[in-house]
Design a binder for this molecule. Structure first.
Ligand code: DSN
Length: 416
């Protein structure tokens, strides 16, 4: 690279990634093949529109790339040929937030109601938080978790849905450590004639590899980012069920409505290099090796949770069924900000996070969120999770410095 300033910054970031333990559950480490597609001259091309219907010339290869990506996406999540004919997928969203915004734009008239999980109990900004466009343009109704169990209470969600009559219900999370019962969400949506949208961004990889139930038999729309457990480039996809059970209500083909909302509703030219890199990742995600990988992610987060509990830490909801867990650090007298800062000084990267019914402010909440996708990509297993839990305990409970030990462990599990 002739830009020496930038080259040295990129090299420094690569070194940082190699020498630290990444426990942010929404991050991962992509393959060289994904990086190659992302850094290819496909970035030079404008391709506004969809395959076969573009506004610019020169898209003969781009059309094939986008169609290949769509076919791989459908095949990965819908095992039966009949099913993947029923579903449509849009692979153009730049990332998760515009994908979720596009679905709302397509299916819920502005000013009307939709329902999602509260951000401070595990939802996402785009599930209707007041600072997000989704909370400004629509009336967002929020459900949370049960105060005692810290789990979703489907009876309460049903009661709220009956009272508020939302047009769409979002099931999905960024910080809920448990599996979601999609069947129950479907019943709730049916009871009020709402669309059911599942935002599987966090656990899409687990669904693809069979380590988490699939939302596809139940949802009208499924959104996902591509860069988390799916281990692809930053981006997103929107799947729509053409036979959506609620579609007749408005006589609308929801696949067409979503396509129109993505382009020209919200976006211009798609990032073709990103779509190609997604296609590469989706091929990797269909392998036996990936299946083993995602099962190991869950075993690792459960091992991490168990060991932290053994060391006296409170894990929100008592454990995890997924790739992430929430640790209540305030219970041991430490703020979430102080905890994540101290861990970072020791080469352990985690994020501060609210816990359900948090009394502390979001900038210094009661918890930290820990996830195992990136460490599992590096090849770590349950044995290493015990070591990592020990590091966390040494830093937070004993104020010890473990930086040298962290670096040593990182060297044992290098990033390719
Ligand atoms: N920022 C992502 C996460 O960390 O969960 C969600 O968009």
């Amino acid at each position: 690279m002739s830009d020496k300033i930038l080259e040295s910054l990129i090299r420094a970031e690569i070194r940082r990634q190699k020498e630290t333990l990444d426990l942010i559950p929404s991050e991962n480490i992509v393959s060289h093949n994904v990086l190659a597609a992302l850094g290819s001259p496909l970035t030079n091309k404008y391709a506004e529109g969809y395959p076969g219907a573009r506004y610019y010339g020169g898209n003969q290869y781009v059309d094939q790339i986008e169609n290949l990506c769509r076919a791989r996406a459908l095949k990965l999540f819908l095992r039966q040929q009949a099913d993947y004919k029923k579903w449509s997928v849009n692979v153009q969203p730049y990332s998760g937030s515009p994908a979720n915004l596009a679905v709302l734009l397509a299916l819920v008239p502005t000013g009307e109601k939709f329902m999602g999980m509260r951000l401070d109990m595990g939802g996402h900004l785009t599930h209707g938080h007041k600072v997000s466009a989704t909370g400004k343009l629509w009336q967002a109704i929020h459900y949370g978790v049960d105060e005692k169990t810290e789990l979703l209470n489907y009876e309460n969600i049903l009661r709220l849905a009956r009272k508020e009559r939302p047009k769409l219900i979002i099931a999905g999370f960024t910080a809920y450590p448990r599996q979601i019962d999609f069947k129950k969400f479907r019943r709730i949506a049916d009871a009020v004639h709402a669309y059911l949208m599942v935002d599987m961004s966090h656990f899409a990889g687990l669904v693809a590899g069979g380590a988490h139930p699939s939302p596809f038999p139940y949802a009208d729309v499924v959104t996902t980012t591509t860069h988390k457990t799916l281990r692809g480039p930053r981006g997103a996809m929107i799947f729509t069920n053409r036979e959506s059970r609620t579609a007749n209500r408005n006589k609308v083909d929801i696949a067409k409505a979503v396509d129109k909302a993505v382009f020209p509703g919200l976006q211009g030219g798609p990032h073709v290099n990103q779509i190609a890199a997604t296609a590469v990742a989706l091929k990797e995600d269909a392998t036996q090796q990936f299946k083993k990988y995602v099962h190991q992610i869950v075993k690792n987060s459960q091992a991490l949770a168990r060991e932290l509990q053994r060391l006296g830490w409170r894990v929100v909801s008592g454990g995890t069924d997924t790739h992430l867990l929430l640790l209540d650090v305030a219970e041991r007298g430490i703020g979430g900000k102080e905890a994540s800062d101290k861990l970072e000084q020791n080469g352990i990267i985690a994020n501060k996070n609210t816990i359900p019914y948090d009394h502390r402010p979001p900038m210094d909440p009661s918890g930290i969120r820990l996830g195992t996708p990136a460490l599992t990509t590096r090849g770590m297993k349950e044995k290493e999770m015990k070591i990592v839990a020990g590091f966390i305990n040494d830093v937070l409970a004993k104020n010890e410095n473990v930086l040298a030990l962290v670096k040593k462990l990182c060297r044992k599990f290098p990033i390719e």
